[in-house]
Design a protein around this ligand. Structure first.
Ligand code: HEC
Ligand code: HEC
Ligand code: HEC
Ligand code: HEC
Length: 502
């Protein structure tokens, strides 16, 4: 009996060891496979699915950025925006950011990108794709950077089809962090900062985000095409040569007499801040203490014996246990309340700034209507330009209230003071033209504000829906045919926008 038991016992032990050995062998085989280069085939690297075999955890957490799908119509929430951006695409349609998974679809759905009917029509240049997809560096590498930045947005509709993903931040041969947008290194060098390659590992964990979460403008650049023709590219350029602060960039743009657009109501040459999140964050306490974007937005996650970075980039308030608690001692609830307080303080000053700015535009418009000259309005428009830039720089990246609270409030205070200066001067001009009692018309709803801004919303939506039923569909078919896209990767991506709900 004893011998029998011993025998069974050792058989079980042998079986267990064999199992373990085979799993060790499997893991060893996996390790060898992973270290064989190239990790992900060159031809497939821009498709996120191609990485899933090797990195299932990173892939499936990346895909969860799909869960952040809420459309928040910012013009509905803050109608003043339509006045501030009158004459510019953003007055038509502007939503708060969603998950990376939606980057391309939101760009395609936005009324800002219009309703092209072929690859030569539509309001926007190719540059509008730049922060949406790993297909962008693919095209820069294939066609040349200047060529990529030439022509209309619609030109690349069947080429830019995979949402922000693995090949935006990783080298496909080593899986190391890597950036593929050459304008970032040019900007770092212009600012006297180390380039990506020369940065520390911790800095790289933020710099991968700085490919996109930064301020930029389209710099007109003359060049010769491959067949020797003169052409002009609109090259995404980060205005960092004077430094990264709002005042540094204001000087950079002023020195170049640059404007993104002329406000249709007030005739002011306006700078539109894009989303200088990296820049303004760098003034905050976390960045100064060496905390990287990935520390909060891609926290480490433990799964059995495996530790990996959570690729569901989202609001860290959803993951406070992993994003904040490794460093902070107070309760999650208390910390979340402190964050909320910061948000409320920003909202308070921001609302005042936006109201002042909207009124300054409308009062200037009134003065123009009564015959005020460009000379009389010059100093006023300069004030409005600077006030609006400071307001926009401080809030455009959505979370500067947390990333850099003091800098955000400082800039909002400066925006308010400067907008007030403009309005003081306007009182004098309006008095001269017998309109001292003028008060700005109501802009408290999206409808009123877009009307004042001259946005033909219904017409824009109509044209967009036609585009979605025709050219957009053709793009994806062509993309599949060219081998750029797996249609499954688009599952469930096109459900809602600010103007249609399914
Ligand atoms: C290739 C460009 C690109 C890169 C690289 C990039 N982002 Fe984004 N990010 C975007 C765009 C575009 C959106 C908005 C997508 C939308 O609304 O459809 C966005 C949205 C976000 C959001 C909002 C998500 C939500 O659920 O509301 C966060 C947070 C964010 N990014 C953080 C980061 C961080 C942190 C990094 C670096 C680890 C990073 N991003 C790298 C382009 C980029
Ligand atoms: C917005 C940039 C960004 C994108 C997109 C991205 N990663 Fe990462 N990834 C990072 C960062 C940052 C780290 C942390 C690297 C470190 O500290 O070494 C990381 C880490 C990794 C690692 C190392 C192990 C780990 O989890 O820390 C692997 C493997 C990886 N990512 C694979 C992927 C795959 C596969 C995809 C696409 C499904 C992807 N990544 C998309 C930025 C990104
Ligand atoms: C110390 C933690 C921390 C660091 C570091 C950090 N963030 Fe954030 N981030 C947050 C918090 C908290 C929010 C606010 C989320 C909210 O309001 O729901 C946020 C929000 C955002 C948002 C706006 C999301 C939205 O939908 O409104 C973006 C974009 C973003 N961060 C990008 C970045 C980038 C890029 C970096 C690095 C330059 C960075 N963050 C560094 C904690 C951090
Ligand atoms: C890698 C460590 C680290 C992480 C992760 C981190 N913090 Fe911090 N946090 C710090 C440090 C360091 C300071 C500076 C104060 C200090 O030295 O004690 C700070 C300061 C703060 C402050 C006070 C400073 C201010 O701006 O008013 C708040 C609030 C805060 N953190 C919230 C958060 C939240 C929320 C998260 C998660 C989304 C987070 N932190 C993640 C290290 C971290």
């Amino acid at each position: 009996m004893k011998i029998k038991l011993l025998l069974i016992g050792s058989l079980v032990a042998i079986a267990a060891m064999a199992l373990l050995a085979s799993s060790v062998n499997e893991r060893e085989a996996e390790r060898v496979a992973l270290n064989k280069s190239p990790v992900v085939a060159e031809a497939d690297k821009n498709k996120n699915e191609a990485w899933s075999r090797y990195y299932p955890r990173q892939y499936s957490s990346w895909k969860k950025t799909k869960e952040s799908d809420e459309i928040k119509d910012m013009i509905e929430a803050k109608p003043q925006l339509a006045i501030l951006w009158a004459g510019y695409g953003f007055a038509k349609d502007y939503n708060a950011p969603r998950g990376h998974y939606y980057a391309i679809q939101d760009n395609v759905n936005s009324l800002r990108t219009g309703a092209p009917t072929d690859d030569k029509t539509g309001p926007m240049p190719t540059a509008c794709w730049t922060c949406k997809s790993p297909d962008v560096p693919r095209l820069m590498e294939r066609d040349g950077e200047n060529e990529y930045f030439t022509g209309k947005w619609a030109r690349y509709g069947s080429e830019v089809v995979n949402a922000i993903g693995c090949a935006d931040c990783h080298d496909n041969k080593t899986a190391e962090l890597a950036v593929r947008r050459p304008y970032l290194d040019r900007a770092l060098a212009a600012a006297g900062l180390p380039t990506f390659k020369n940065s520390t590992h911790q800095q790289k964990r933020s710099l991968v985000c700085a490919q996109c979460h930064v301020e930029y403008y389209f710099k007109k650049t003359e060049y010769k095409t491959k067949d020797g023709k003169d052409a002009v590219a609109k090259v995404v350029t980060l205005p960092w040569a004077e430094g990264l602060s709002a005042e540094n960039m204001e000087k950079y743009y002023d020195d170049r007499n640059f404007k993104d657009f002329t406000n249709k109501i007030s005739g002011t040459p306006i700078l539109k801040a894009q989303h200088p999140g990296f820049e303004i964050s760098s003034t905050g306490i976390h960045a100064q203490k060496g905390v990287s974007c990935a520390d909060c937005h891609m926290p480490y996650t433990q799964e059995g014996a495996v530790k990996y970075s959570d690729h569901q980039v989202q609001s860290p308030l959803e993951t406070m246990d992993r994003s904040c608690m490794p460093c902070h001692r107070e309760s999650e609830k208390k910390l979340a309340n402190i964050v909320k307080q910061k948000f409320d303080r920003k909202e308070f000053l921001m609302e005042i700034a936006m109201d002042n700015l909207a009124k300054a535009h409308l009062e200037t418009g009134k003065a123009m209507e009564l015959g005020a000259t460009d000379d009389e309005l010059k100093a006023i428009r300069t004030d409005i330009r600077h006030a609006q830039w400071r307001w926009d720089y401080s809030i455009a990246s959505h979370a500067s209230f947390f990333h850099a609270p003091e800098e955000t409030l400082r800039l909002l205070a400066s925006a308010n003071e400067t907008a007030q200066q403009a309005r003081l001067k306007l009182v004098r001009v309006l008095a001269k033209y017998n309109a001292i009692n003028f008060s700005a018309p109501d802009f408290s709803t999206k409808k009123n504000a877009q009307k004042l801004a001259g946005v033909p919303l219904a017409k824009l939506v109509d044209a967009k829906l036609k585009f979605k039923a025709t050219l957009e569909k053709a793009w994806y078919k062509e993309a599949v045919k060219k081998g750029n896209l797996n249609m499954e990767s688009r599952e469930g991506v096109d459900k809602t926008s600010s103007y249609f709900k399914k």
